[in-house]
Design a protein around this ligand. Structure first.
Ligand code: TNX
Length: 625
């Protein structure tokens, strides 16, 4: 009996003191020191705060903890809580608006910040310090331990964004809220909401009701975007949706409670087919048969950024009535969104219809313009004037540099980083969102098994991103953003799949100090966050476990090199068409593919269990590489 008691005593000692739980915070904090010991949540735990402005975050935490622990933790002002949220009476300069400190000991947890935004991020860090089961939506019976730490943390960049395209695929208000919730966990503070495009107009404009009556709906189509059938004469447009202004307000409020600000985008003068379907008179061609596009092929791409629109999706820059139209739109948009910015698009605007339009030609002549790009610059300058009159700033895609940038415009650099560099050198602010590092609509793994898209971007590439280009004054780089375009995304779970884990990589790029980057450590944290996301019900890709197959042609032979993003996986392969397993050839070094119509199959294992997807490259796939 005595021996048993000693054993039990020792066991409890080991449990409370012996373990140093592994800490897997994403994004990595600026300073993190782990101490001996831990704090354990109990039914006696309380959440306290020193200022009514902390009430929201304190209540949010208590609610979250109670859901999974089953405790009845209360939040209250005045009495010090075992978890305490305090606003600094004197601001600590280096913490800024979004920084915080978090200190946990065996007695409790104290989070301090200058501003409620910092407390919100301190809370997110605390949740990530707790066992993953804290994310459960039902009660779990276990011990809830917070390791003892001292954290000082603040962001590297003020603009940490994700763009969600709700035009190509409509997401409901509830889905958008869930998305905001998910990005805010990883300390993103900006949702760029791409509300209009050729495939749907998603925001109610009361003075222009047809924008949503007509523009929010398209005919039902499935399959690859860009290859779908055109709308048929008289076919009912039944697919789509839009947000009422009440919905928009609700989403803005929900986001604000999570320190997320929303930048609305109304994409003009190109990408406007949905608006033109509603009001054909705003285009040059004024075709009354214009329909909201369901993903048919209406453009031709010639490489090198050159393209042609087969259907007119551009506004007419020479028509004053177009600016009246835009004034109405932006009056309502400006009144809804508190953010200082309105994104006005400006990307991929085809000038071919302008070149044939007498009004545009007359304007060019009158203004002594040489290039049609100058028409776009003229258009953007007038749009900037409209926004300015409503107290808003203009932000647009990097094409707004062409033909002369509007005087106070901010540039979103997407066609690589060159637009960002050019804009910053001209003294304009920049948000970096290059396709090469930040396009999370691209495929994230092996192209033959990932959902179809025209380009790829692995998590490791996202993680390697350095947003400040060499030779550029850092003060012009507001931050960066991952962009989720949704041509090929038709469900919310797929949107999540594309966002995570690459969004975690970007979160660390935009928040954490450059010096703290550590790939091996990051991958471990990602794996732990997979478990957390699974408990929470957030879909995510696992493509980082799949083999990377490189085919190099040398003297007419194909040399195969295999690797994986997650280090240390075992890779097995076959070249005889059989299913690879641990009984097959284990990959050690690059090898020569036997000649002939060979099929290569590859799969990854860890500790004797399959972990990656099976990849099969048939002779025709291999030939293309
Ligand atoms: C380019 S990025 C676009 C989008 C597409 C995206 C697909 C940008 C400003 N324009 O309209 O959805 O590529 O990857």
């Amino acid at each position: 009996m005595k021996k048993l008691l000693i054993f039990v005593f020792l066991l409890s000692f080991v449990r409370s003191y012996g373990q140093t739980p592994q800490i897997n915070l994403i994004p990595q904090p600026v300073l993190l020191k782990q101490n001996e010991g831990s704090y354990q949540l109990t039914n006696e735990t309380t959440v306290g705060f020193n200022n009514p402005l902390c009430g929201n975050v304190a209540a949010m935490l208590a609610g979250k903890l109670n859901t999974s622990t089953g405790f009845a933790i209360q939040s209250m002002q005045g009495k010090p809580g075992s978890i305490e949220f305090d606003l600094n009476k004197v601001a600590v300069e280096k913490l800024g608006k979004e920084g915080y400190t978090l200190v946990s000991t065996s007695k409790g947890v104290t989070i301090t910040a200058n501003d409620p935004a910092g407390l919100f991020y301190g809370m997110q860090t605390l949740l990530q310090l707790l066992p993953k089961e804290i994310e459960s939506r039902s009660t779990v019976n276990m011990s809830w331990v917070v390791p003892a730490v001292e954290i000082t943390d603040y962001p590297r960049f003020g603009w940490r964004g994700i763009m969600l395209d709700v035009s190509r695929n409509f997401f409901t208000k509830e889905e958008v809220k869930k998305y905001i919730d998910e990005i805010s966990r990883y300390k993103f503070n900006t949702l760029h909401w791409h509300l209009t495009d050729d495939n749907g107009w998603r925001i109610e404009i009361k003075s222009l009701p047809k924008l949503t009556e007509v523009g929010a709906w398209r005919v039902p189509r499935y399959g690859q975007f860009g290859q779908r059938a055109e709308p048929k004469q008289g076919e009912a447009a039944t697919v789509g949706g839009f947000y009422t202004q009440a919905d928009i307000k609700e989403v803005i409020k929900y986001a604000a409670e999570r320190n997320v600000t929303i930048v609305p985008e109304v994409d003009v003068p190109g990408h406007s087919m949905a608006a033109i379907a509603a009001y054909p008179e705003i285009s040059c061609t004024k075709d009354p048969n214009t329909k909201v596009n369901p993903g048919s092929n209406f453009s031709e791409w010639y490489g090198n950024g050159k393209f042609k629109m087969l259907t007119d999706n551009t506004l007419n820059p020479s028509d004053d009535k177009v600016y009246d139209f835009l004034d109405k739109v932006f009056t309502e948009v400006a009144a809804l969104f508190p953010n200082q910015y309105i994104h006005v698009g400006g990307d991929e605007c085809y000038k071919g219809f302008w070149e044939k339009d007498p009004g545009c030609q007359a304007l060019m002549k009158k203004m002594n313009m040489k290039q049609p790009e100058e028409l776009q610059a003229y258009f953007m300058k007038r749009v900037e004037g409209i926004l300015k009159a409503k107290g808003k700033k203009l932000i647009g895609w990097d094409e707004i540099l062409e033909g002369g940038i509007a005087p106070e415009a901010t540039v979103m650099s997407w066609r690589g980083i060159k637009g960002g560099i050019e804009a910053a050198k001209l003294g304009h602010y920049v948000v970096m969102t290059p396709t090469t590092f930040a396009y999370i609509d691209y495929q994230q793994g092996e192209q033959t098994i990932e959902p179809l898209l025209y380009a790829g971007l692995r998590m490791s590439k996202c993680y390697s991103y350095e947003p400040i280009p060499e030779g550029v004054d850092a003060k012009y780089i507001l931050g960066g953003q991952g962009n989720l375009w949704t041509e090929q995304i038709s469900s919310f779970t797929h949107a999540e799949y594309m966002t995570w884990p690459r969004g975690w990589a970007l979160s660390e790029v935009f928040w954490s100090p450059k010096e703290s980057k550590n790939w091996d450590n990051f991958v471990q944290k990602v794996e732990k966050n997979f478990d957390r996301a699974d408990i929470e019900g957030i879909n995510h890709a696992v493509a980082i476990y799949d083999a990377i197959i490189a085919v190099n042609k040398k003297d007419g032979k194909s040399i195969i090199t295999l690797s994986s993003e997650v280090p240390g996986l075992d890779i097995y392969y076959t070249v005889d068409g059989s299913m690879p397993s641990t009984y097959s050839q284990k990959y050690v070094n690059s090898f020569e593919l036997p000649e002939g119509p060979v099929t290569l199959r590859v799969v990854t294992y860890r500790s004797g269990k399959t972990i990656g997807h099976l990849i099969t490259l048939r002779p025709e796939d291999l030939k293309k590489r």
